[in-house]
Design a protein around this ligand. Structure first.
Ligand SMILES: C[S@@+](CC[C@H](N)C(=O)[O-])C[C@H]1O[C@@H](n2cnc3c(N)ncnc32)[C@H](O)[C@@H]1O
Length: 189
């Protein structure tokens, strides 16, 4: 079974639309009011739906066709338009200078970093959130390669202006706060 087939199988099970990721729901107010947005490796596309409802021309790419079929139905029900595309984003990364906003949530392929930076228009914003190796629960991928090292998002996107960064590791009362993940909003200057 290849990886896309694996994801397609998972998305066959009906679920409601998941909530948008925290980096987007907490910092929606940073979004531009017009422009183009990409939800990369979108899955069921909760982030794409938020971006489209916000009024951005929204693209949602994933190699799992089943997820995109379901996203299309969610978008129709919410009367928003989303340009969905079945696309392997590693084989076909986003082209240069196409997006004002790129959202990546729970997806990590380090080879894509230069393409993500190039794909942003000047002043474009990257919203990124994914799992960290330092964690207090077993949520997320088991393979450490698919999890971030401490401060890794900051290093990956050091060429951008960091607007927001949050990573709380195991500091203090781990029953509170934002754990198991890191989030970043960064701007191309
Ligand atoms: C953990 S899910 C996250 C989905 C969504 N971003 C979210 O936060 O709900 C990871 C997604 O990445 C997609 N994916 C993995 N590798 C991909 C690739 N090379 N090209 C396109 N999509 C990919 C999977 O199909 C899956 O939908």
């Amino acid at each position: 079974m290849n990886r896309a087939t694996n994801w397609n199988t998972r998305y066959h099970t009906p679920t409601n639309i998941p909530p948008p990721c925290q980096v987007l729901s907490d910092y929606t107010y940073l979004l531009p009011t017009i422009g183009t947005a990409l939800d990369l490796a979108c899955g069921l596309g909760a982030n794409a739906l938020l971006l489209a409802r916000f009024g951005l021309e929204t693209y949602a790419w994933d190699y799992a066709e089943t997820a995109l079929e379901r996203l299309k139905a969610f978008a129709q029900a919410q009367t928003v338009q989303i340009h969905t595309q079945v696309r392997d984003v590693v084989v076909s990364p986003p082209p240069p200078t196409m997006f004002d906003v790129i959202v990546v949530c729970h997806f990590l392929d380090r080879s894509l970093v230069p393409a993500l930076i190039h794909a942003l228009k000047p002043n474009g914003l990257l919203f990124y959130q994914t799992f960290t190796r330092t964690c207090v629960s077993d949520q997320g991928p088991k393979n450490p390669d698919f999890r971030l090292a401490d401060n890794e998002l900051l290093q990956m996107f050091a060429d951008l202006q960091i607007v927001v960064y949050r990573e709380e590791g195991k500091i203090g009362d781990t029953t509170q706060g934002f754990r198991n993940e890191a989030l970043l909003v960064a701007r191309k200057v």
